[in-house]
Design a protein around this ligand. Structure first.
Ligand code: AMP
Ligand code: ZN
Length: 497
């Protein structure tokens, strides 16, 4: 383990705090995962870049990682008001299944696969990460609801079992939610049976009988027996039940998008801490800011930019990742094509720079000097990432290191490799691809036409005489014949244009 301190901006306290793990040398993290009823948009993906950056930062500091990302495949109800407080809307997966003539399982399986394709394309590391599905943890959720019932935190209405938020004294503590404001802003008649506007469903009963349209209510694809009747879990309970199962009642870090602070995460805290006699759910809460796009980044409204949309525009996933990492996870980003194209150009320049260093670095450097210099330079980058994941400064520091003539080539390569692993940017891999493709396009001496050979000889003499004007004219003449001259210490080589 490194001895460098790690600082994280904790939404729970509103402060940047020194990270102290529950178990020395280990970190346990729960990240709210996707609701698999539709594709993820590029904004959603930022949440998993945050999870991945945290993981890579802890790995760089020598920590053992325990990581969970849940898959919401049941129970995420559509909000019935702008505050997202609804428990009366439809289950997103069931709604999509019915609309597309598929089963809930087909919908969930398909979009779960696309989720993995997207995060793998972005270089999110998943080895060892647990991805529990809500639908496969119904028993654990029922257990937790029973515990809450026994402790007096629940009540029953005609449509389900609800959590009584007035029984949990600290309700709304995450992000200091203005409960009075919520009450005043609440729409009338949302659910008259709820005792408090902030109460939420733990278990919903499957509807039966005749619906508002006069027809028999359609049977749900996903429903289970429970002590209170056939139904399905509310959304929040899955995170409380599954985090407890895989990480324990209290773990180190919980993350999600900022939209989760007011409702979902405060509900998770209320359930878990009430069920576990006040043990804190997580010590540190981190939230990623949104990627905005003129209001067009909404999964539920169906109009959004996906990772493959970017790829169709010629932007590689790693270039999108580079764009994201140029801002800290906690700053809001405005997506425009120009901005991401700009980042793609920046990334390509970085790769080209790395390729140059790989080609020209001096293999015979003293390994002891390299090791010492590497540690000093690397620690500067590590200190930046340890400062609440300051990825933009890590990237600009990397640029400074690459351009610094006082740092020896081998040292640069060692630091690039470590920074590459830290940020997941595939710099060495893509630089090698570039080097190989350049090599492949080099023209072998016996393929060079005689006219070009003559021009090369003339240019060699002109350069020996420092006649740069003639040298440039000759380069242009060679280019007109279809070849690019590359100058190196070993002389002139040619690339086909
Ligand atoms: P969902 O699949 O809708 O539950 O969302 C997955 C994750 O994306 C959650 O952590 C959300 O908080 C997050 N999220 C939703 N919209 C955006 C956005 N525009 N930018 C960044 N993160 C978002
Ligand atoms: Zn959650």
């Amino acid at each position: 383990m490194t001895s460098l301190p790690i600082y994280l901006q904790n939404t729970l306290t509103g402060k940047k705090e020194l990270f102290t793990p529950i178990t020395i040398g280990e970190v346990s993290m729960y990240h709210c995962g996707p609701t698999v009823y539709n594709y993820l948009h590029i904004g959603n993906l930022r949440a998993y870049i945050l999870a991945d950056t945290l993981r890579r930062m802890f790995e760089a500091n020598g920590y053992k990682i325990h990581q969970v990302i849940n898959i919401t495949d049941v129970g995420h109800l559509t909000a019935n008001n702008d505050e997202g407080l609804g428990d009366d809307g439809e289950d997103k997966i069931e709604k999509m299944a019915k609309a597309s003539g598929k089963t809930a399982l087909e919908i969930a399986d398909y979009y779960t696969k696309v989720f993995f394709d997207d995060i793998h394309a972005l270089g999110v590391q998943t080895a060892g990460t647990i991805f529990p599905k809500a639908s496969e943890h119904i028993a654990e959720q029922l257990e937790m609801i029973k515990t809450l019932e026994e402790k007096g935190f629940t009540y029953k209405t005609s449509d389900g079992i609800y959590f009584d938020t007035s029984k949990y004294a600290d309700y709304g503590k995450l992000g200091n939610i203005n409960l009075k404001g919520l009450v005043e802003g609440a729409r009338i008649g949302v659910n008259d049976e709820k005792k408090n506007i902030t109460d939420f469903a733990l278990w919903k009963f499957s509807a039966t009988g005749v619906g508002a349209n006069g027809k028999a209510v359609e049977k749900r694809f996903q429903e289970w027996e429970s002590p209170w009747g056939v139904g399905y879990p509310g959304w929040h309970i899955e995170c409380s039940a599954m985090s407890a199962k895989y990480l324990g009642n209290t773990f180190d870090i919980h993350t999600g998008g900022i939209d989760h602070i007011p409702v979902h995460h405060n509900n998770e805290i209320a359930q878990s801490e009430s069920a576990h006699n006040g043990s804190p759910l997580a010590h540190y809460w981190l939230h990623n800011a949104f990627v905005n796009s003129d209001g067009k980044m909404s999964k539920s409204k169906g109009e959004f930019t996906r990772l493959v949309t970017l790829m169709e525009k010629g932007i590689a996933p790693v270039e999108y990742r580079y764009w994201l990492l140029q801002a800290r996870y906690s700053s809001q980003l405005q997506y425009t094509e120009e901005a991401v194209y700009g980042a793609a150009t920046g990334y390509k320049n970085l790769v080209a720079h790395v390729a140059k260093i790989l080609i020209s670095s001096n293999d015979s450097a003293n390994t002891k000097d390299v090791a010492e210099a590497k540690d000093t330079v690397w620690n500067e980058i590590l200190a930046l990432i340890n400062d609440d994941l300051n990825t933009p400064l890590c990237i600009s520091k990397l640029w400074d290191i690459l351009k610094d003539d006082s740092i020896e080539g081998q040292t640069k390569i060692e630091v690039i490799k470590k920074t590459d692993t830290l940020l997941g940017l595939d710099l060495i891999k893509n630089a090698n691809v570039q080097i190989e493709s350049e090599k492949a396009s080099l023209v072998s001496p016996d393929e060079i036409p005689d006219t070009v050979k003559d021009l090369l000889e003339k240019r060699k003499s002109a350069r020996a005489e420092k006649d740069w004007k003639s040298s440039d004219t000759l380069r242009d003449e060679v280019r007109d014949l279809g070849f690019e001259i590359l100058d190196s210490e070993s002389g002139q080589t040619l690339k086909k244009i």
